[in-house]
Ligand binder design. Structure first.
Ligand SMILES: [Fe+2]
Length: 152
């Protein structure tokens, strides 16, 4: 009983990174990135192949409904990542899936949404993960939008 009352205090909410793509640009700055080449490529592709709040490219004005929001909770080695896109779900226009990538853009997990039942929200559980991760939110009409956060 006492432990349940303490549960929220034990969990450490580390990041709420909704719409913080400016940090993605910072990370893409040569000299600040641990793997500068990779992030250099990302900077060149942002706004062209994928989109962020800061780099909406041809989808200017659509970031609010497409850039994934990220919340993360960490409890010892357990990391819970929750992502959401504020986007409608209809057959004509919907979020297809959220993809979790590691800091080097390797695929980790994905959640495909059923437009009849799901909201565009995903949960990813990881154990022992440290460092940057990316969430890709895929719209069937407005392409891929990326946000990221870091696990300390
Ligand atoms: Fe869309």
């Amino acid at each position: 009983m006492g432990n349940q009352n303490l549960e929220p205090n034990r969990r450490q909410v580390l990041t709420i990174a909704g719409g913080s793509a400016a940090a993605l640009l910072l990370a893409a700055t040569p000299g600040l990135a641990a793997d500068g080449g990779l992030r250099g490529h990302m900077r060149a592709l942002a706004g062209k192949v994928f989109y962020t709040t800061e780099q909406p490219g041809r989808w200017k004005g659509k970031a609010g409904g497409h850039a994934p929001l990220i919340k993360m909770d960490k409890d010892c080695n357990d990391v819970l990542i929750r992502s959401a896109t504020k986007h409608p779900m209809s057959r004509a226009h919907h979020i297809v899936k959220h993809i979790l990538l590691d800091g080097e853009l390797n695929f980790v997990k994905e959640q495909v949404f059923d437009i009849d039942f799901d909201m565009p929200r995903a949960r990813f559980e990881l154990q022992g993960y440290r460092g940057r991760f990316f969430i890709v939110s895929m719209c069937n009409l407005h392409d891929n939008w990326i946000n990221y956060a870091d696990v300390a």
